[in-house]
Design a binder for this molecule. Structure first.
Ligand code: NZQ
Ligand code: ZN
Length: 385
């Protein structure tokens, strides 16, 4: 029986030249900190455009937030905000900058050790600074959700937290901002969004027709536009559809009231923390193996996925499931994402280390039924060699 609360307070400003509108949504006397990653946002003129839109407001800058943002870097922004008494954060970038900004927003007035925010998965956050984002990389959905993933480099811990206090107030989604993205990041974005849908859809049926059909629609769009996004001639509409699809994939809508898996992500986070593999690339390795290992418990949804997403309706059921998993793997490979640990020079000698990290991070029971024990995670990793 469906029974849920759905809440999402983030305003979306979607389209070309929407950065100019941000001035209408930030207090006139705001003391703003603009946060960004490496140099991409400066080089393509986005930082300047935002400064112009902010007009006479006081603006400070904090750059250098790295992909898979580190606690060690973010904590420096927290100190700057406290020192300069800044009160509005403007994240400019992809998931890493937006996630980092969520952590910073929650940490500034946090009582106690700020790493506890990650250790308690956000449960003790009672307030956060207001913040907004200008998205430059469609992938994570961070621009319209309240989740964040932060890495503590010193201990190789990549942990997630969420809180109702860290939804962005608004996010600018201007598809032209994706024009400078390298192909690798675009392909990563398509696959990350695809797997966000799968984590919320590929579980067991609960007769959630809206969530299922929406999820299947998003998967089909990604299959259709994935290769187009990578063409040199990619146009505004293709980028716009990617941007909105990735946003809808993880803004709470398709996940409302349904069982969710997330084991692919949690195993993937360990691979990034240990071996520095891009987030989406870890997922491309783990998901096909995960589906193979757990095909019995996911059988009903796998058949539905095979029929509705890949139009596989004929023949033996086991064969249909196998083909759907193979098509999924091929889709990732065609976009240039390898799907085997061996592609990253990892072999069975690394599996113990990965399992040990899951144990240390208190993740011995993953998945929609909490039955992905360390033993099952090991099987998944073995199947992805
Ligand atoms: O640092 P700069 O120079 O800006 O370059 C970035 C970065 O190197 C570059 N880039 C971004 N926009 C660009 C651009 N280059 C040229 N033109 C542009 N317009 O792209 C590189 C990767 O950026 P990053 O933000 O790291 O990528 P992504 O958006 O894929 O974010 C990944 C992070 O998000 C987390 C991941 O774990 C990872 O840490 N996730 C967050 C989620 C959430 N909050 O809900 C869910 C996801 O599952 C994911 O876990
Ligand atoms: Zn992801």
């Amino acid at each position: 029986m469906l029974n849920f609360e759905f809440y999402n307070p983030t305003r979306i400003l979607f389209g070309a030249d929407t950065i100019a509108q941000i001035t209408n949504h930030i207090p006139q006397d705001a003391r703003v900190l603009m946060l960004y990653g490496g140099e991409s946002a400066r080089k393509n003129g986005t930082l300047t455009e935002i400064k112009e839109a902010l007009g006479t407001r006081e603006i400070h800058e904090f750059g250098g937030i790295e992909p898979n943002p580190s606690y060690e870097t973010l904590i420096k922004a927290v100190e700057l905000i406290r020192e300069k008494k800044l009160d509005f954060l403007m994240a400019v970038g992809g998931g890493s900058v937006i996630d980092g900004t969520k952590f910073i927003a929650a940490a500034v007035n946090y009582e106690g050790d700020t790493w506890e925010i990650l250790e308690t998965r956000g449960a003790k956050i009672t307030k956060a600074l207001p913040f907004a984002s200008v998205l430059t990389l469609p992938a994570t959905g961070s621009e319209m959700n309240n989740g964040s993933v932060v890495t503590r480099k010193s201990t190789q811990a990549k942990l997630a937290f969420s809180s109702p206090h860290v939804f962005p107030q608004f996010s600018v989604l201007d598809p032209t901002k994706t024009y400078t993205l390298p192909k690798r990041q675009l392909a990563n974005g398509v696959v990350d969004a695809f797997i966000h849908v799968m984590e919320q859809y590929m579980t067991y049926p609960v007769n959630a027709q809206v969530q299922d059909r929406f999820a299947e629609g998003l998967l089909q769009i990604l299959i259709e536009i994935g290769p187009k996004v990578l063409e040199d001639s990619a146009d505004y509409d293709t980028r716009a559809n990617l941007m909105w699809t990735a946003c809808m994939a993880l803004n709470g809508l398709i996940g409302a009231g349904v069982p969710q898996d997330w084991s692919t992500h949690l195993i993937g986070h360990e691979l990034t923390a240990l071996y520095d593999i891009d987030h989406a690339r870890t997922l491309a390795i783990v998901l096909p193996a995960n589906l193979e290992v757990r095909r019995q418990e996911k059988r009903e949804k796998l058949l539905q996925y095979a029929a509705r997403v890949w139009q596989l309706t004929e023949g033996d059921e086991e064969h249909r499931i196998g083909t759907a998993i193979a098509r999924t793997r091929d889709f990732f490979e065609q976009l240039g994402l390898p799907t085997r640990l061996a592609d990253y020079q990892l072999n069975d000698t690394h599996i113990d280390t990965i399992i040990e990290q899951l144990k240390i991070h208190n993740l011995p029971q993953l998945g929609e039924r909490k039955n992905v024990s360390l033993e099952v995670s090991r099987k998944i990793l073995e199947a992805s060699l």
